[in-house]
Design a protein around this ligand. Structure first.
Ligand code: HEM
Length: 327
């Protein structure tokens, strides 16, 4: 049971994974076991891996449109085909378990039956036969859940980002990163290399066993309620970063963007599945929860400059912080 807040939080805020346990933020290997309910000042979240909300149809339509415009947001190196089937099976089984009223999944040998009443889908397909599903395993997977997904191969004592369907990236590109090692993928992130955060994260992930699912959160700020902030569309969303600080609509335009990232060892292929769900709440929405408003204001004011630069928030974080602490 969630604590009852002293105000009426919107459904979006009630499930919002507010990411700050304290008034300062630094990078860390912040992993915790999945499926644990977290109470927040507005409600709670965390008991499921895959989160379906009121934006399900809109976000799936947006992903479909992005992939039609730019197929490079989906990448699958040939050796990852078994991992894509493994991911599909794991995701559909998880959806059926977490949403038993809307979803059903059964498998007999390689023959599978999938029902998704939210999308009016009732489908039979055969594991390993790409032609039995529209879009093949990874393409089809991306039409059933709001989450983005990346698949990592483990070989040569390292993890490799060798597949993914990522339409809602926070300032990166799966088309650019595919085929890179985990350490290279994190190349641009400040601090984490000298602090050994990424090498430790890789060691942790390489030891992960099937059934031991973990999760972490990551955050940034995004101008406007925009999921697709990938490198490819930078000309569309980048300029907003320069102008928002002086915009009287800053509290409505600027959003706290939180990713809930799940880390799963796939049971058959041995690949690591990285599932990313993006949540957005405007500063105006955040301000409805007094403790969140104040804490975000302090985190933004204190964040070291190199981290603010990397996150792309330097030009407006002072304005955002001042609004949050004085509104
Ligand atoms: C960015 C840590 C797992 C892909 C980051 C950042 C951190 C981090 C601290 C900077 C985020 C920011 O300031 O906004 C970790 C840790 C992990 C983990 C501790 C596991 C325990 C993964 C996995 C992938 C991944 C499995 C696989 C795709 C990325 C990418 C970026 C990123 C693409 C953006 C890099 C860029 O700017 O180009 N990660 N990460 N991470 N992470 Fe991870």
């Amino acid at each position: 049971m969630s604590a009852t807040p002293s105000f009426l939080a919107s459904p979006r805020l009630q499930r919002f994974p507010y990411p700050f346990p304290q008034d300062t933020y630094r990078y860390s290997t912040n992993v915790e076991p999945a499926f644990r309910h977290v109470e927040t000042q507005a409600g709670g979240w965390g008991e499921r891996m895959l989160e379906i909300d009121a934006d399900y149809h809109a976000e799936l339509a947006e992903r479909r449109a992005i992939l039609e415009r730019d197929p490079s947001r989906m990448a699958l190196l040939e050796h990852m085909r078994p991992a894509a089937w493994d991911a599909l099976e794991t995701v559909l089984a998880t959806l059926a378990e977490e949403y038993p009223d809307q979803m059903e999944f059964t498998r007999s040998g390689r023959a599978c039956h999938w029902v998704n009443r939210l999308l009016d889908e009732d489908r039979h397909f055969v594991i390993g036969e790409d032609s039995s599903l529209p879009g093949g395993p990874l393409g089809y997977l991306s039409t059933q859940m709001q989450e983005d997904v990346a698949l990592l191969d483990q070989r040569e004592d390292a993890l490799w980002l060798d597949a993914g369907a990522i339409t809602f990236a926070a300032d990166w590109s799966v088309g650019f990163d595919v085929g890179m090692r985990f350490l290279e993928v994190h190349g641009p992130v400040p601090r984490v290399h000298e602090e050994q955060i990424i090498t430790r994260a890789q060691q942790f992930l390489m030891r992960l066993q099937p059934g031991q699912d973990y999760r972490r959160t990551n955050w940034t700020l995004t101008v406007d309620r925009r999921l697709d902030t990938s490198t490819e569309t930078y000309p569309e969303w980048g300029p907003g970063r320069a102008s928002v600080a002086d915009d009287p609509a800053l509290p409505e335009r600027l959003h706290l963007r939180v990713e809930v990232q799940h880390l799963v060892r796939l049971p058959r292929s041995g690949a690591i599945m990285f599932v990313i769900r993006t949540h957005l709440a405007s500063l105006a929405e955040i301000a409805a929860v007094p403790a969140w408003r104040e804490r975000l204001g302090r985190v933004l004011a204190e964040l070291p400059q190199d981290m603010a630069d990397y996150k792309g928030i330097s030009r407006y974080r002072d304005a955002a912080s001042a609004w949050l602490l004085n509104c």
